[in-house]
Design a binder for this molecule. Structure first.
Ligand code: GDG
Length: 504
């Protein structure tokens, strides 16, 4: 039985025991922009699973969220302390904005975060760009986030929850000044094996930053173990692999696996909304006018997601099984991402060329095999696409978890579809009932997609219902993560005889 967001609020209040919750992430939950007509400021909620799931919790708890003020009119909306109360219609918590210059975005975000940490964590050291100016700026921006956190927690006790790989150094900078705070961090992408992470010139600094947390969370036990081995070999921490702890300079960091999920109910409700049937009919008419079967893929345009590998498998599918031409159509949603980075731009062009070739090769005047949608769709529309699809193909070459796999399962209210899932996505460890594929082997992949399409309805339904029954929600994830820090928080303060640094 899953925990509800409402129950989570009261549970957290108990766990926090009077302390404030401060969430720290690169992306912000609300962005201010200029409305077109008269230059008024309006507010938008950037789409994103975690931000939208944390927002109600923050509203219930009333803490502070520290994030990059990335909206064009963000500066207009804040007070002299860079704070704005959100949500605007019924303020429940404080958003504290950190300002980044053009150079910061280029070097800290697009540079070190996305052209060094992202590729190295996804086992692509060949795509890293090592530049001292990227690293220098990553350090400076992490310091700026840490300063903002320190201001926000000044004079109070708090639990600080860092998100992701943009902020590896901030925990150490915060701990140095406020050793008594509870610091937790969740790393949303894979953590690579020692042999890969040691290629990072700043591996030791990054690890020391992360080890300053009381709790370091990853999606999978394998990532936690990789991190612990790196902590021992590259940062000199005393590591207990069994207890999953790493101790450095008297501070113990607990490391754990917490597979993230989605707001299951949100997708189920969107897929069965009153207008869903009509929307499905419209989509069938648009994408598969002659009827037949529909496949769907939803990815950010990112090389880790294996979009070219998926298209290669689909090309082989229509090549080897001509009976599927005109009968099986694929819709690939690929929202542009990080397009200022050459590797992403090249990927996008490659995908365009592949789609063009497939459509030229197999398409007819009545039928287009692949529809490539390079724009973001509303979540309601995605849920409907997931519901109607006979197959969803997730072909990640490396992926921390992959939320699309879970969104597809949650939206499959009729249980007619099959999940074809890369064995290199974290989700593959949980989704028993998915057809697991190796995206590096397109021939076998093509065969498996065909078999998935031909699976008898009762087998499809059994597999899908099994996955639906076993799937936790993002609220269960938050509960298990916070239960873990609360279990360790007591030991940590006893062990360190903490108390904050004077003048902090
Ligand atoms: C990182 C890790 C981990 C995509 N297109 C549209 C749209 N999306 C949404 C999907 C899904 C999300 O984007 C993508 O989530 P993923 O999990 O696939 O991947 P990353 O963005 O790389 O996220 C990943 C995740 O963090 C969480 O920890 O699972 O492994 O890489 O939610 O639905 N949403 C809408 N329109 C689109 O066109 N509304």
């Amino acid at each position: 039985m899953s925990i509800s967001p409402e129950d989570l609020g009261s549970l957290f209040r108990t766990l926090l025991g009077g302390r404030r919750l401060v969430v720290v992430s690169n992306r912000e939950p609300y962005e201010h922009s200029w409305s077109d007509e008269v230059g008024e400021v309006e507010v938008e909620r950037p789409a994103g699973g975690l931000t939208s799931a944390l927002d109600p919790l923050m509203q219930a708890l009333g803490g502070t969220w520290v994030a990059w003020g990335s909206g064009e009119a963000d500066a207009e909306a804040v007070d002299a302390d860079h704070r704005v109360r959100v949500p605007p219609e019924d303020p429940g918590y404080t958003l504290r904005r950190v300002w980044l210059t053009h150079h910061d975005v280029h070097r800290y975000y697009l540079g070190f975060s996305n052209q060094f940490l992202w590729p190295i964590c996804h086992l692509r050291p060949d795509l890293t760009r090592v530049r001292s100016r990227y690293w220098e700026r990553y350090r400076r921006v992490n310091r700026r986030f840490a300063e903002a956190v320190l201001q926000e927690v000044s004079g109070s006790d708090a639990v600080v929850w860092f998100q992701d790989y943009h902020l590896a150094l901030a925990p150490l900078l915060v701990r140095a000044r406020r050793p008594g705070l509870t610091l937790a961090h969740f790393w949303h992408i894979p953590f690579p094996p020692y042999d890969v992470f040691r290629l990072a010139p700043q591996a030791g600094f990054l690890l020391r930053g992360m080890l300053a947390n009381d709790l370091m969370g990853f999606h999978l036990a394998g990532f936690a173990d990789n991190f612990l081995r790196c902590a021992a070999e590259l940062a000199g921490a005393a590591v207990d692999m069994e207890a999953r702890t790493a101790t450095l300079e008297g501070h113990t960091c607990h490391v754990g696996a917490f597979p993230i999920s989605i707001d299951v109910e949100q997708f189920r409700a969107a897929a069965t909304a009153p207008d869903a049937e009509a929307a499905m009919e419209r989509l069938w008419a648009r994408y598969a006018p002659g009827g037949g079967m529909l496949g769907v893929g939803v990815d950010r345009m990112d090389y880790s997601k294996g979009i070219p590998e998926k298209l290669k498998a689909l090309e082989l599918l229509w090549d080897r099984y001509p009976e599927l031409r005109g009968r099986f159509t694929f819709v690939q949603v690929a929202v542009p991402s990080r397009s200022d980075i050459a590797a992403y731009d090249e990927l996008s062009q490659k995908v365009d060329r592949q789609v063009w070739r497939i459509n030229e090769r197999f398409g007819t005047s009545e039928w287009r095999p692949v529809h490539l949608l390079k724009q973001s769709l509303p979540t309601e529309r995605l849920a409907v696409l997931y519901r109607m699809a006979n197959v969803c193909v997730v072909s990640s070459l490396q992926d921390g978890m992959n939320l699309v796999a879970k969104e597809f399962v949650a939206s499959q209210t009729d249980a007619r579809g099959v999940l074809v899932l890369s064995r290199f996505a974290g989700a593959a460890e949980e989704m028993e009932g998915a057809v697991l594929v190796n995206p590096f082997d397109p021939e076998t992949c093509a065969l498996q997609i065909r078999d998935a399409l031909l699976l008898p309805p009762d087998e499809r339904e059994r597999a899908m219902r099994g996955m639906q029954t076993g799937m936790a929600s993002i609220y269960d994830w938050m509960e298990s993560y916070f239960a873990a820090w609360s279990a360790h928080a007591g030991e940590a303060s006893a062990e360190e005889g903490k108390g904050d640094a004077p003048g902090a």
